[in-house]
Design a protein around this ligand. Sequence first.
Ligand SMILES: *Cc1c(COP(=O)(O)O)cnc(C)c1O
Length: 361
Amino acid sequence: MRARAYNFGAGPAMMPDAVIERIAREWQNFRGEGYSAMELGHRSEHFADIHARAKADLRALLGVPESHHILFLHGGATPHFAMVPLNLAQPGQSADYIHTGYWSDKAMAEATSLVNVRIAASAAASEFDRVPERAGWQLDPAAAYVHICANETIGGVEFADYPDTGDVPLVADMSSNILSQPLDVARFGLIYAGAQKNIGPAGLAIVIIRDDLLGRVRSGVPSVMNYARHVEWDSMYNTPAAFAIWVAGLVFEYVKKEGGVVEMARRSAAKAKCIYDVLNASQLYTNRIQPASRSRMNVPFFLREPRLETRFLDGARRRGLLNLKGHRATGGIRASLYNAMPLDGARELAEYMTEFERRHG
Ligand SMILES: *Cc1c(COP(=O)(O)O)cnc(C)c1O
């Protein structure tokens, strides 16, 4: 067994070994300065360098065009459920939402008091087993924006490609699949992502916003909720999450060194295939998501006999396969396969699943 376990938790999630080792090295004595990485001052030259490099690396990794700003903000993904309508829509205007499960639902619920939420497409009728077919979406050309959740972390439903919404800005919550594949950022008005799935420490959020949208903020929005204010202050309107930004930068360096998002996409497909192959051939495990919408990042599944769940989880834990318990809203099992999960981790889980079925199927 590896010294470090394979952590299949959905977030805060596994980090690359190389990043953990680097943090350990600099934890007590940051760059030989005699202070801890935790004490890194946001006005220091070190931080100016770290921040600039993190932005430049993220811009290079995703090919973020000059028309879009990159922000590192506090509070994870959830504040953006409200900040998006506050910044992109006037009171009484309507916005289109694509309803694909738990997180798009949360985004809609939060936006309801701030904007006229229109459900342009929903997979509720089929119990969120897919991304609704693009042909059936009823988009409003006058909408302030179209909101999607690129990957439903709990349901295990992911967009296979992103829609063209014409002149209406496309807004995406990419918390659980950002940096896992190449992206045409120019097609998005705004992308937001909590860091704790594919980037770094919880509490940090990445926002990528198109410059011309900054002028749409409604009046009376507090500064910390105003994207234009954060752009103006280069993410330092108040003390930035300096340590978390440093760690995010280390992850960007790691992704670059490993071959960038093209390589992350190749690995993600290989890891997901390991698990879905077992599910497809199984009499014991079930996954009810339509194949075209299955997430490469989060694979939820159920055991035909729920009484076996505890035994499955206990056996997994003994093999160093951790945090496979499904979300409390759904139960069952969930394997999260973010960038930091090695292919060997997915292989070991697939082997364990096969062996468990042989014994209990
Ligand atoms: C985890 C997650 C969130 C919530 O993130 P917080 O950092 O807890 O606010 C929102 N959307 C998606 C898709 C997520 O996976």
